[in-house]
Design a protein around this ligand. Structure first.
Ligand code: SF4
Ligand code: SF4
Ligand code: SF4
Ligand code: FES
Length: 982
């Protein structure tokens, strides 16, 4: 299809908007409210063009065959100018003293594009105050041009539904929860609105007074300057004034550095530019991240207080008596090398163990496992995927072959149905959740949620049910059996692609709907409805997380999920498949790169002689053949006196491992313990040597996100004090033990990884330049696989496999003494225990402490109210916390988030584990609750978004603007506007 634009034919892409076609053709037409990631908003009217003689909005019009478009006819020109003049009536052009004058301000750039010299409609301030009530950003109504981008983003992309514009008001403005202060609204501080705002109306507070050369002036001085500018404008025109501001803007380029990085928190893998002025973080600017586009959550957008925190470790520390003393690097590294050598000589290489960080880079995990295997000679190597993700990986290894998400986040957005099991996605994987919320709200995607709690995704679901704790495998198996029994399975797919169907069907005999109903506490009707929805959907994606994996049957339940997907043909197609949601930013990558007791990088077995021979040749050493200890076994081995030394980096093991008291006790028994960290963590208490490391912004490398996406992070800042990137420290230790490594940059490490790892064969830093990404497996020629299974499954015969799984009773069940079930998990604002996020003041302000959620029923029964102090005691320990009464939890279920180092929920959890992987059964915990009698304030302050009242609507609802009496479409009545041209 072609359209003619300004006399030239242009090929149209399928479904293309006229504004996109015009932009792609290199023709400049103003478009202030349009944003490709938000779609047409149609509030600004600046994109008026003539199509077949009629004025239309280019953003709101689809390009069609034969269309004759004129972008700069006198009518179109005048309409664009009139529309923009109205915008200037809402916005004061004081660019030279504006923190948004950074070359990317849409209002500034449009003024220049249209060569506006004077405005017809005078600027009029609005009768509202600037809102400074959110710790991270502010809204200035006087600068707001009412484009509605922020509203559209909040309502249809983030789908938090906080923002609206009441177009009927005499002086419309953006409203939070219909008119609340931002700080008391439902705003989750995700930053979408600020990122898409085309001017300075919404700005990060970290930018204010910092970005410009003259923006830190006092308010009176600033107002004076603005008055001067206004005074000279009638005489000089905007052209001359803009020239001054552009010089100032160019000067900023020499001191504002913009560096691409990847988020350090969850596994979604958001990437963005970090703007810095010296060490000051001006802002985080997402734009073109493969996973996130313009999206972020509160942590990625604002949670960077840890970087310049006073608490950063910046010198090595060596234990002295009950405390620590500062040491030089030379002294600390020599001590580590000497003690490792002595312990190896005295007790053998398997008396040492190594734990890699899921927060650090792929290259760092690779070096850590190389140190363990090639330098020390042990496979005692693990990472924290053991605490969460290993069972999901096992379920996928058993059924489809690869331990990774079946597709991309875009597939999740495209699915006809999303089924979420045991995942608080909106808080744990916030940006990924936005894709589900958007598809559900805007595109009719169906959503089923199975969870103990009615969290945000559950509240939004078409079907939400609460199976009894630890019974997911039963209802999944019953639904699968029902699908088989009622001819709803995808026979063609199974015949072609899946082995062991008969054996599997037989294994399901026990799982009738009646049995599932009784054991799971669910109505049969719910289960049949779920079965039909799954069988009839056009593509099903199942998302699951720790609510499934952290059980004694976590691997089996993960397997049951994959079995169900195979039975319904929900693999090998876009918009379908299994999506275990990886928790940490690089938990996928740490395992992919060999930080495991039984695998070299790329899941190559250490027990396989041919594989071992390959690594022995490359590393020029002989390697131990026996798989090593995993995290869980390491703790037991310390208690048994077999494990003497440990080297751990970037992991708060003493708090995040289950049965924390037992783990801490073990760590205190080690003969020699090295902890590499950015803060003095709880785990550091047990160390003999503490090595100060650098966080993500201070180093280069790669992370791999939940969708198997490998992305580069670039160094934003120099390491603080004497801290060093982990890869440098690991190399220094290896070399002091005689390794002779000579890596000068992480890219050299990756070159070695790629050469030894078929899964990553084609990964190079050049192919990951800037915002480029690769999703493994990556062939030598650089081709990757966003959709994991296209031609075959990852088994020798190319077929998937049904894998029968039995159900086992959960451990640690409630009884008369420990009568309540305790669930636990993440909170939106904090990452895990909060070692990093508590260092951001605004986050601390919104979520200062942990708490325990209590249902209204239980609260009534025990006389508990929000703010009551209670003590929870399990079979393993006790903690104190304040109660929050909420319908999110039901009956005798409690929930405690992990964000505490003082009252860590893992003081209550047990040492029971998943049978196949040793992942702790964190979610199988029973407690007793004692009301302590003291009552404090609500542990969630008034400024926490949970207290807000969202105002859902379908977007900015521009039709309501068009209905205003004072609105008419520009161009209807031409207004003469003076321009440089005229
Ligand atoms: S939730 Fe808050 S920060 Fe996020 S888009 Fe809405 S108003 Fe903006
Ligand atoms: S605050 Fe919202 S409506 Fe106002 S200019 Fe910014 S994006 Fe547009
Ligand atoms: S924490 Fe996760 S969702 Fe939030 S910005 Fe980082 S990667 Fe994205
Ligand atoms: S860009 Fe088309 S109406 Fe605003």
């Amino acid at each position: 299809m072609t359209a003619t634009i300004d006399g030239r034919p242009r090929a149209i892409e399928r479904g293309e908007r006229l504004i996109d076609l015009i932009n792609r053709s290199g023709i400049e037409v103003p478009h202030v409210c349009y944003h490709p990631q938000l779609g047409p908003i149609q509030t600004c009217d600046t994109c008026m063009v003539e199509v077949d003689g009629k004025l239309v909005r280019a953003c709101g019009t689809l390009a069609t065959e034969g269309m004759n478009v004129v972008t700069s006819s006198p009518r179109a020109d005048e309409a664009q100018r009139e529309a923009f003049d109205r915008i200037l009536g809402n916005h004061l052009l004081y660019c030279t003293v504006c923190d948004n004058n950074n070359g990317n301000c849409t209002v500034h750039n449009t003024t220049k594009l249209l060569a506006v010299e004077h405005q017809e409609i005078p600027y009029k301030p609005k009768p509202y105050e600037v809102d400074m009530s959110n710790p991270f950003y502010r809204y200035d109504p006087d600068q707001c041009i009412l484009c509605g981008r922020c509203v559209q983003a909040c309502q249809t992309l983030q789908v938090n539904e906080t923002l609206s514009i009441r177009w009927e008001d005499e002086h419309p403005r953006v409203l939070w929860d219909g008119g609340a202060p931002i700080g008391e609204s439902s705003c989750v501080s995700c930053g979408h609105c600020i990122t898409v705002c085309p001017c300075n109306a919404l700005m990060e507070r970290s930018m204010l007074g910092e970005a410009g050369y003259m923006t830190s002036l006092s308010k009176p001085a600033l107002s004076g300057m603005i008055d001067v500018v206004k005074g000279i404008e009638p005489e000089m025109g905007y052209g001359a004034i803009l020239q001054v501001s552009e010089v100032e803007s160019q000067m900023r380029e020499s001191r504002i550095k913009k560096t691409k990085t990847v988020c350090t928190y969850c596994g979604v893998g958001c990437s963005f530019d970090v703007w810095t002025k010296d060490r000051h973080i001006l802002k985080v600017e997402p734009a073109e991240g493969a996973a996130n586009g313009v999206s972020t959550c509160i942590k990625g957008k604002f949670g960077w207080g840890h970087i310049n925190s006073q608490d950063r470790l910046n010198k090595p520390l060596i234990r002295e008596g009950n405390g620590f003393r500062e040491a030089t690097w030379d002294e600390a590294l020599s001590l580590v090398a000497r003690r490792f050598s002595e312990i190896k000589a005295a007790s053998g290489p398997d008396s040492l163990a190594f734990i890699s960080s899921s927060k650090c880079t792929n290259e760092e995990s690779y070096l850590m496992q190389k140190l363990a295997r090639a330098v020390i000679g042990t496979n005692n190597m693990d990472n924290c995927s053991r605490y969460c993700q290993a069972p999901a990986t096992m379920g996928l290894f058993r059924t489809v072959g690869y331990g990774g998400d079946a597709g991309s986040i875009t597939d999740i957005g495209q699915a006809g149905l999303v089924l979420i099991i045991g995942s608080n996605t909106a808080e744990s994987h916030p940006v990924l959740a936005t894709r589900v919320k958007r598809a559900h709200k805007m595109h009719g995607q169906k959503l089923i949620v199975a969870d103990l709690r009615e969290h945000e995704m559950a509240a939004r679901a078409d079907v939400f049910f609460r199976p009894r704790p630890g019974t997911d495998l039963i209802w999944l198996s019953a639904v699968t059996k029902y699908i088989f029994d009622n001819g709803l399975a995808n026979q063609t797919f199974m015949d072609q692609w899946v082995n062991h169907a008969d054996e599997f069907k037989k294994s399901l005999e026990l799982f009738t709907l009646e049995m599932a109903s009784e054991r799971c506490g669910l109505p049969v009707e719910t289960l049949t409805k779920v079965a039909h929805m799954i069988a009839e959907a056009d593509g099903v994606c199942v998302l699951w997380a720790m609510g499934v994996t952290q059980h004694t049957m976590g691997s089996d339940t993960s397997t049951a999920i994959s079995n169900l997907l195979l039975a319904t043909g929900n693999y090998m197609r876009p918009g379908a498949g299994a999506y275990p949601l990886r928790g940490h930013n690089n938990v996928q990558g740490a395992s992919d790169h060999g930080a495991m007791p039984n695998y070299f990088p790329g899941y190559q077995e250490v027990a396989d002689p041919a594989i071992r021979a390959k690594f022995e040749k490359a590393w020029n050493v002989s390697l131990p053949p026996k798989p090593g200890l995993d995290n869980h076994m390491m703790i037991d081995a310390i208690h048994e006196g077999k494990l003497k030394a440990m080297y751990l980096f970037g992991e708060e093991m003493s708090l995040v491992d289950s049965n924390a008291n037992f783990v801490s006790d073990a760590l205190s028994k080690l003969d020699f313990f090295v902890v590499q960290e950015i803060f003095f963590s709880e785990t550091c208490q047990f160390a003999d040597v503490i090595l100060p490391a650098s966080p993500s912004l201070e180093k280069e490398g790669t992370f791999t996100s939940t969708e198997r996406r490998i992305q580069r992070l670039y160094q934003v800042l120099e390491p603080l004090g004497e801290s060093r990137p982990d890869w440098i420290i690991i190399q220094d230790i290896a070399n002091r033990l005689g390794a002779g490594w000579k890596y000068e940059h992480p890219s050299q490490i990756y070159k070695e990884i790629a050469a030894l790892t078929p899964l990553m064969a084609g990964v190079t830093y050049e192919r990951l330049e800037g915002y480029k990404t690769l999703q493994w497996p990556v062939a030598e020629d650089g081709s990757d696989q966003p959709l994991l299974y296209t031609k075959e499954f990852h088994f020798p015969d190319g077929k998937a496999s049904f894998y029968p799984v039995p159900w086992t009773e959960p451990t640690d069940q409630p009884n008369a003494e420990y009568d309540l079930h305790l669930n636990n998990g993440r909170l939106l604002e904090h990452f895990h225990e909060g070692n990093m996020t508590y260092r951001t003041e605004g986050i601390r302000e919104k979520t200062p402490c942990t708490f325990v959620e209590v249902s209204p029923q239980l609260a009534d029964e025990r006389g508990i109210q929000t703010g009551s102090w209670v003590q929870l005691t399990s079979r393993y320990g006790k903690v104190r916390a304040q109660a929050v009464i909420t319908t999110r939890v039901h009956g005798r279920e409690l929930y405690m988030p992990m964000n505490s180092t003082d009252e860590a929920v893992n003081r209550l959890t047990s040492s029971h584990t998943d049978k196949a992987t040793h992942t702790p059964a964190y979610k199988e915990t029973s407690v007793q609750l004692r009301v302590l009698g003291e009552i404090g304030d609500d542990p969630l302050p008034r400024t926490n978004s949970r207290h807000g009242h969202p105002t859902p609507q379908t977007g900015v609802e521009v039709e309501r603007k068009w209905k205003r009496k004072d609105y008419r479409q520009p161009g209807d009545h031409l207004v003469q506007i003076q321009t440089a041209k005229s």
